[in-house]
Write a protein that binds this ligand. Structure first.
Ligand SMILES: *Cc1c(COP(=O)(O)O)cnc(C)c1O
Length: 379
């Protein structure tokens, strides 16, 4: 039987006890039992989000939480700022345009992070800006943004700061309250080690006031409904019951390990992966000053077909990594180290990468990548 190791940036691997929780018989959601689950899930999420803000559960993938933020905050014609340094930054712009808002786009070279001063400049020019949309971990490039510095700037204005932390939350630091982030969006199938289908977002009082004042049409994503339900430990519509139940199991792991230890561990896995890539003579796509611990984007030599590399690793050897998106298709691979992953998973992935690179004719000494990662893991 073939293995299926997921080193992809969503979905991620699901631990055995979380799988077991997913297999439990379904319970009804308008019951005290499920209310206990909601309570436990919210408390656990508040721990991972590092916030006391209310957190709303949505039955959707991560983009649903992003759309909820946009359609609740912005009315047609409202000004917003978006940062595009990859596929997911572009999604903020597309969402704003879909709701007839007017985003000013900061274009950032892929592989680099936005300079927070750029955001300040635009906010100074247009103080009526309603919201600033940024990405914690840009999954298409492996770049992490300096949310703390951005929050410091946005906090001083009337604008609301919205962070797409779908892939970053629970993997790299995001101190929602301490930094002052108004809305943080995330989802079940990345750092939280669950199947897709559940999204969640935290909302500050500042953001909620803008939500209430907005005249935009909304229904399923109406966060005013979510707030009302939240007060009654309920959800406005049928929630993703099974995933909420399993989320409680996943969140126990965050509590048991401690968020700081978890983040440090992902840092080590990332460092090992980076060391392996360098030892293989490959370069990292993201610049050093903004490189992310969520996933490692590795640039491939010109004569290696990235599509074939990913396909061979997956279909022949049962190890899934991600290829490039947009103009990076075929040119990079992305190895994720988020969720239920340990150093032996990374070593397995790297040894498979070595084998496949050899088959595709790339010249290097077999084992150097694995050895470099081992050195980091054994330090
Ligand atoms: C995965 C991801 C999303 C959401 O994608 P869905 O397919 O809707 O879950 C959004 N932003 C980032 C940075 C992501 O990695």
């Amino acid at each position: 039987m073939k293995r299926n190791l997921l080193l992809t940036p969503g979905p991620t691997q699901i631990p055995a006890d979380v799988c077991a929780a997913l297999g439990r018989p379904i319970i009804h959601h308008r019951t005290p039992q499920f209310q206990d689950n909601i309570k436990e899930a919210i408390e656990g999420l508040q721990y991972v989000f590092q916030t006391k803000n209310e957190i709303y559960l949505l039955a959707s993938s991560g983009t649903g939480a992003m759309e909820a933020a946009v359609c609740n905050l912005l009315s047609p014609g409202d000004k917003a700022i978006t940062v595009e340094g990859g596929k997911f930054g572009e999604r903020w712009t597309e969402l704003c345009k879909a709701y007839n808002a007017e985003p000013t786009v900061i274009e950032v070279e892929w592989g680099t992070a936005v300079d927070p001063a750029k955001i300040k400049e635009l906010l100074d020019q247009a103080p009526e800006t309603k919201a600033v949309f940024v990405t914690l971990n840009e999954t298409s490039t492996g770049v992490v943004s300096d949310i703390e510095a951005i929050a410091k700037i946005v906090k001083e204005t009337s604008a609301v700061l919205v962070v797409d932390a779908v892939s970053g939350l629970g993997v790299v630091d995001c101190q929602t309250d301490k930094w002052g982030v108004d809305i943080v969006c995330s989802a079940s199938h990345k750092g939280f080690m669950l199947p897709p289908g559940l999204a969640f977002l935290s909302v500050s009082d500042k953001a909620y006031k803008v939500i209430e004042a907005s005249t935009n049409a909304r229904y399923y994503w109406d966060l005013r409904k979510s707030k009302k339900a939240f007060a009654a430990t309920d959800t406005p519509f049928t929630p993703a019951i099974g995933i909420v139940v399993a989320l409680c199991e996943s969140l126990k792991k965050f509590k048991a390990e401690g968020i700081d230890n978890l983040l440090a561990n992902y840092g080590r896995l990332a460092e090992g992966t980076r060391a392996a890539a360098r030892a293989l003579g490959l370069s990292l796509f993201a610049k050093d000053d903004c490189i992310s611990n969520v996933l490692t984007a590795i640039s491939l030599p010109e004569d290696v077909d990235g599509g074939k590399l990913v396909k061979t690793m997956r279909d022949t050897y049962g190890i899934s990594v991600a290829g490039g998106q947009g103009h990076l298709k075929g040119k990079i691979i992305r190895i994720s180290h988020m969720g239920c992953i340990d150093e032996y998973d990374i070593l397995t992935g790297i040894s498979c990468l070595e084998k496949t690179l050899k088959e595709l004719g790339y010249k290097f000494e077999l084992g150097v990548g694995v050895a470099a990662a081992q050195k980091v893991f054994n330090a």
